[in-house]
Design a protein around this ligand. Structure first.
Ligand SMILES: *[C@@H]1O[C@H](CO)[C@@H](O)[C@H](O)[C@H]1NC(C)=O
Ligand SMILES: *[C@@H]1O[C@H](CO)[C@@H](O)[C@H](O)[C@H]1NC(C)=O
Length: 274
C-alpha cells in the first residue's frame, strides 16, 4: 500500500498553507492530507479554549488512529509543526514510515522540547521580531501566545512568497499558543518510541525566521537519516518553492518505501553538510 503523506502546519497557519503541495501530490495520485490542528486554520475552537499541546495536536492523532493498520504514514512538519509530528512519532512509532522536518523544530529525546524552543527564542534579536505581539503568562521569559505582525509577515515570514500568497497569509493566519509549560515536561518524547522513527530534515536556506544555522545545529545534535536542501525559498517554502519540496517528498517517500537501507545515504543534497 502506498504511504499517506500527512502535512502538519506551523504556528499561526492551517492546512490551507499546503494547498499547492496537496495539488501536486494529488495530481501525481499520492494519498495526502493537510490537517488543521485544534485552534488553527478553519477549526472552530477558540485559542483560549485550546488547553494543551496535546489538545492542539489531537486532529493529527485522531487522523492516524483512524487509518487502516497497514497504512503507513509519512509525516511532514513545518516550523512549529515539527513539535507536533514529534508527539505523533511518540504515540504511533510503528505507523510512521519517516518523519520530515521542513525548517522545523526537531527536538531530541534527551531534553524536553522546551529547551529547543527557548534556545530559538534566545537566538532571535528583538529587531527581527518587528511588530509581532507577545502575550506572557506565568513565565516572563517565554511568551504564552503570539500574533504575527503585518511587517514581520511581509519582511520575514513571506518575504520569498508572491504577493498573492502574502495576501492569503494575512487573511488566514491566526494567533497561536506556544504551550511552553507542556513542552517543559521530561519524557514527553522517549528514545524507544519517538527515537525509533526515521527522520529527514529539509534545510531551507535564506530562511529569515528559523535561520539555517539554527536548522544545522539541530541536525548536528540529532542527525537524521538524510538531509535535503532548498535554496532561496525562505520560511514558507511550501508556498514559495512547492515543486522543489514536492520532489524531495516523492524521493524520500520512494526511498523509505523500499527496504533497502543503503538507499538513504545516497540522497543527501546539502553540500554544506558533507
Ligand atoms: C511597519 O512598517 C512601516 C513601513 O516600513 C513602518 O512605517 C511602521 O512603523 C512599521 N510598524 C511597526 C509596528 O514596526
Ligand atoms: C511502495 O511499496 C508498495 C508495496 O511494495 C508498492 O505497492 C507501492 O507502489 C510503493 N510506492 C512507491 C511510491 O514507491
Amino acid at each position: 500500500m502506498n504511504p499517506h503523506f500527512v502535512l502538519v502546519h506551523g504556528a499561526g497557519h492551517g492546512g490551507w498553507c499546503w494547498f499547492k503541495l496537496l495539488n501536486l501530490l494529488h495530481s501525481a495520485a499520492y494519498h495526502a492530507t493537510a490537517l488543521d490542528l485544534t485552534g488553527a486554520g478553519v477549526d472552530p475552537t477558540k485559542l483560549e479554549e485550546v488547553t494543551s499541546i496535546h489538545h492542539h495536536a489531537q486532529p493529527l492523532m485522531d487522523f492516524i488512529e483512524a487509518l487502516p493498520q497497514q497504512q503507513k504514514v509519512i509525516l511532514v512538519g513545518h516550523s512549529f509543526g515539527g513539535l507536533i509530528i514529534s508527539l505523533a512519532m511518540e504515540a504511533f512509532p510503528h505507523r510512521i514510515l519517516v518523519a520530515l522536518f521542513v525548517t522545523a523544530y526537531m527536538p531530541h529525546f534527551l531534553s524536553p522540547p522546551a529547551t529547543l524552543v527557548q534556545r530559538f527564542f534566545k537566538s532571535l534579536s528583538p529587531e527581527n521580531l518587528l511588530d509581532c505581539q507577545f502575550l506572557f503568562g506565568d513565565d516572563p521569559e517565554m511568551p504564552s501566545s503570539v500574533v504575527f505582525g503585518h511587517n514581520f509577515t511581509t519582511q520575514k515570514l513571506y518575504d520569498d512568497c508572491s504577493n498573492e500568497d502574502l495576501e492569503l497569509g494575512n487573511l488566514l493566519m491566526r494567533p497561536f499558543k506556544m504551550f511552553f509549560e507542556d513542552l517543559k515536561k521530561e519524557s514527553i518524547l522517549t528514545e524507544v518510541k519517538f527515537g525509533s522513527v526515521d527522520r529527514v530534515f529539509v534545510v531551507c536556506e535564506g530562511d529569515e525566521v528559523m535561520n539555517s544555522e539554527f536548522q544545522r545545529s539541530m541536525i548536528q545534535e540529532f542527525p537524521p537519516k538524510a538531509v535535503k536542501c532548498i535554496n532561496g525559498g525562505g520560511h514558507m517554502v511550501m508556498l514559495s518553492k512547492p515543486t522543489q519540496l514536492f520532489q524531495h517528498l516523492i524521493e524520500i517517500g520512494e526511498s523509505f518505501n523500499s527496504t533497502n537501507e543503503c538507499d538513504h545515504q545516497a540522497f543527501n543534497s546539502c553540500p554544506q553538510l558533507n
